[in-house]
Design a protein around this ligand. Structure first.
Ligand SMILES: Nc1ncnc2c1ncn2[C@@H]1O[C@H](COP(=O)(O)OP(=O)(O)O)[C@@H](O)[C@H]1O
Ligand SMILES: [Mg+2]
Length: 267
């Protein structure tokens, strides 16, 4: 492992994905990206461009067709222990027959962790996401926004080094979304985790990110990486009217527009 690699918590090296074998459809081509410890990186791009494909590869759930992915310096061949994923269809990842506490405890069970420590972690995660009071409920008794909090709490209780999130706030109302964005920022700061988040919402990407990665083209490649110089303390009103925010936002939008696949490529 060389020094350049050591400084990355996660690294994509020329990652390519083709579905359906060699004669199939090439979705991603030669995506390279290094993510440093404690960074928040958002990946944006058109719907269907390959964002979920990329994050599934990073989570070790899917093997890239070409290239390799490293987490903490090691090439991954299976879901790395240091990593947690909050997936796009979070509702389906909660077990309907388990109460909220047991859903959050689930990833801790396989860790030979004393029950008392599991309880402490679950309780802490419930407080962190503002879910105290619904411990004994079942997932289907909660609103979409609350179910999403459960999925986030489960990932946090696990205390991953790297948190992967695929459109985590897409299915909640605007107010809840803003709350969950701020919750993510404060937890990230408190726990020092590295966050890689996929979203198609440009405002959300710029608001949350240290860097925004724009995927574009067909097959998709990294079109641009925009550093967002907004510092650590962000708030929904002040930050979103900051000229630096607006500048980064404009750049991301124009980059996405320029990289729009030709209509013929989509048929
Ligand atoms: N398992 C799969 N098999 C074949 N094609 C797939 C599979 N998963 C995704 N695709 C295709 O790959 C492209 C990218 O999908 P996806 O990664 O879900 O994009 P995004 O998350 O950006 O919307 C789409 O055209 C989709 O239809
Ligand atoms: Mg997706």
């Amino acid at each position: 492992m060389d020094d350049a690699t050591k400084s990355y918590t996660a690294e994509l090296r020329n990652v390519g994905v083709t579905y359906g074998g060699q004669t199939g459809r090439e979705v991603l081509r030669s995506v390279s990206l290094g993510i440093k410890a404690k960074e928040i990186v958002c990946i944006v791009g058109h719907s269907g461009i390959g964002k979920s494909t990329l994050i599934r590869c990073m989570a070790g759930l899917q093997s890239p067709t070409t290239g390799e992915i490293l987490v903490s310096g090691d090439v991954i061949t299976e879901p790395p222990a240091a990593l947690a994923l909050v997936s796009q269809d979070y509702g389906r990842t909660l077990m309907p027959w388990l109460r909220i506490t047991e859903n959050i405890r689930l990833p801790l069970r396989g860790q030979r962790m004393p029950r008392a420590e599991q309880d402490a972690r679950v309780a802490e995660a419930l407080i962190a996401v503002g879910l105290v009071g619904v411990e004994r409920s079942y997932p289907w008794q909660l609103s979409g926004g609350m179910q999403q909090r459960v999925a986030i709490a489960r990932a946090l209780a696990y205390r991953p080094q790297v948190l992967l999130m695929d459109e985590p706030f897409a299915s909640v109302d605007a107010q809840t979304r803003a709350e969950l964005e701020d919750l993510l920022l404060s937890l990230q700061r408190e726990l020092g985790i590295t966050v890689i988040l996929v979203t198609h919402d440009v405002d959300e990407a710029v608001y949350l990110s240290d860097r925004v990665v724009v995927l574009g083209g067909w097959p998709a490649e990294v079109r641009d990486i925009i550093s967002v110089q907004l510092g650590g303390n962000r708030d929904q009103i002040g930050t979103k009217s900051d000229p630096l925010f607006l500048e980064s936002r404009a750049r991301v939008i124009s980059e996405i527009q320029m990289s729009k696949p030709a209509a013929s490529a989509l048929t």
